[in-house]
Design a protein. Structure first.
Length: 160
């Protein structure tokens, strides 16, 4: 699960769901993770895939500053080593969440293998993946007001 860094704020309860029968591969979501970069608050849902206690893939669905991390987030030493911008035009939280969930469903095994987690990639159970991603989607939907409230409370800067 996302490592809590000093100065970050987490709203809502995190949910972790298994993607493999042994539970060693899992997906989590923090409904609203807020961080401040160069004096500006940004945030929204953070979705990640863990292998054991290691975060391998992370999607920071934070509207226009949103991005994702591949290649082994915890394994590459610092966030910048795994940072990837969302595809062009993918600038809204809801769209970023759907794209992230589609990536996990359609390319999860490949993303894990590319992060030197080939054994974990083989453990993915498609029925468990589908069920877990529906659970993540429902939890994000249930908590979508947290980001709106964080903007109203000036914890997150509004984006255009």
């Amino acid at each position: 699960m996302a490592t809590k860094i000093a100065g970050e704020t987490y709203l809502g309860e995190a949910v972790t769901l298994p993607l493999s029968a042994d539970g060693q591969v899992s997906v989590y979501v923090w409904p609203c993770r807020i961080l401040t970069i160069q004096g500006t608050g940004m945030g929204g849902p953070t979705i990640g895939v863990d292998v054991g206690n290691t975060e391998v893939i992370r999607y920071d669905c934070h509207d226009t500053p949103g991005h994702w991390h591949k290649g082994g987030y915890d394994l590459l030493g610092r966030p910048g080593n795994s940072h990837v911008d969302f595809p062009e035009g993918l600038v809204r939280v809801a769209d970023q969440v759907e794209w992230a969930l589609s990536e996990i469903k359609d390319n999860g095994a490949e993303l894990l293998s590319n992060a030197e987690q080939a054994d974990a990639a083989k453990l993915l159970d498609s029925a468990m993946v589908d069920k877990a991603l529906e659970g993540i989607r429902a939890h994000v939907k249930k908590n979508e007001g947290l980001r709106v409230q964080a903007i109203a409370d000036q914890l997150i800067a509004p984006t255009e």
